[in-house]
Design a protein. Sequence first.
Length: 541
Amino acid sequence: MAQFQEVSQKSLLHPKPKGLMLQYGTAGFRTTAKDLDHVMFRMGLLATLRSKKTKSTIGVMVTASHNPEEDNGVKLIDPMGEMVTPAWEGYATQLANAEQEALCTVLKDIIEKEDINMSETASVFIGRDTRPSSENLSQAVLDGISSLGGNSKDYGLVTTPQLHYMVRCRNTNGSYGTDTLQGYYQKISQAFIKLIKNAKNHTDDQKRLLVDGANGIGALKLRELEIFLESALQVLLFNDGSNGKLNYMCGADYVKVQQKSPKGMGMEAGQRCCSFDGDADRIVYYYNDSVGCFHLLDGDKIATLISTYLKELLTQAGLNLQIAVVQTAYANGSSTLYLEDIMKVTVCCTKTGVKHLHHAAQNFDIGVYFEANGHGTVLFSQKAEEQIRQLAKDTNASDEKKHAAELLENTINLINQATGDAISDMLVIEAVLAVKGMTVQEWDSIYTDLPNRQLKVKVADRRVIDTKDAERRTVTPAGLQDAIDSLVKKYTKARAFVRPSGTEDVVRVYAEADTQESADGLAHEVSLAVYCLAGGVGEKP
Ligand code: NG1
Ligand code: ZN
């Protein structure tokens, strides 16, 4: 194994804590930053192999998204900007858990299994978030890449979706865009400015948006984008990282889970606000009404707004393209009812985790996918894109049809189809509201959310919970589903499910019902059932 000599040597500089076992989960590896140096080095190795295998550029993003600042994480990005394919998640886990002596054997096994030609060149793009640990960790990734002779391009501080975008641009030879930050800002800002020209009565008041940057990378990048926006949007940025701590009492996850506004946001009644998460791939909107009551517009409301807008434009354009919305079990029951019964849109439900939603959305001409927590985007099939772009330049088409096609075309250009992107999603939402002449209150009133509650339960081993039916029902432990079923029956319009988290060592509990009190009561009772039947540890819920 002479070819791995450098790998062996360099690996000694990134030692694996003996016995430490980690798993490539819903969003890659994620744990306390001090345990990740060896994982980063090895993900540099794996990305290099993946690049040789696919003969394409691969991405490696160093981030732990909405986790506390002390954590970190890493994920691999496949050639079209999507999450790495499942078989390679398995290799990632094997590689991360190999003890030093076994590392080269594991590498060799992967190379043999995948029949990788090691004389191929390799190209890896890397990026990182603003965590204090991210810089050193990304250096470890670069070490891994170079020890296998791969080429790398370090984008430094970027949002997760920006790195996904760069990878996609590179592997589509520029047809998707230019693989630079400037290219990204130019593409989306130009599309936004063109869309906003169609706004009805667009006053300065309506252009104003309060943004909570979660004290993270999204804040930095939004500042950079602002220059390109030519005052088409007036951003008031809070939690920009200048003094607060990353994700601490702010950010999209905090707002969604706590159902309250973030710290440090100077909100006035009725003002339209949004929060990014720590790596700017999620966004939620909200406002306080005149009596100080907080209203959240989450991923479900975003999916509803965007799919309604796209459907209306398709009708105006006379294009017969199938549009679908992909959700997870966390989608509010009211959103699903509204989409299916009123909007007559196809809705499908997948397991939690963007890769599942992304995959399902690819089955439609236009697939809108959002997790309730605000992570999502829209995918346009090649057929849909071609028909829309064709109609937009068709001189024989009626003005109405052509206009609708132009709006659709600019919307396609504005959307980051590689992955959910808080900045791009924010501009899409702002454009849709402006074009439809809609206030945030009007958007909110499209349907009323069922009150809901999310809780976490600590158990000895969360793998004892196995689920089916897109995580809406449990298979094991015995008796748990029956217990949940009988608890749900006690409440009106109720629904509840539990699943093991893929990013934290907990079991997540979700409940919704006709009142907040009932949703809270049901979530609590289900938590108790999990505690008793699935080996709860620590304090009883
Ligand atoms: P887990 O920890 O598996 O529930 C969370 C989110 C996911 C997804 C991932 C990755 C919830 C309930 N779960 O996963 O939707 O975004 O993190 O960030 O919001
Ligand atoms: Zn994130």
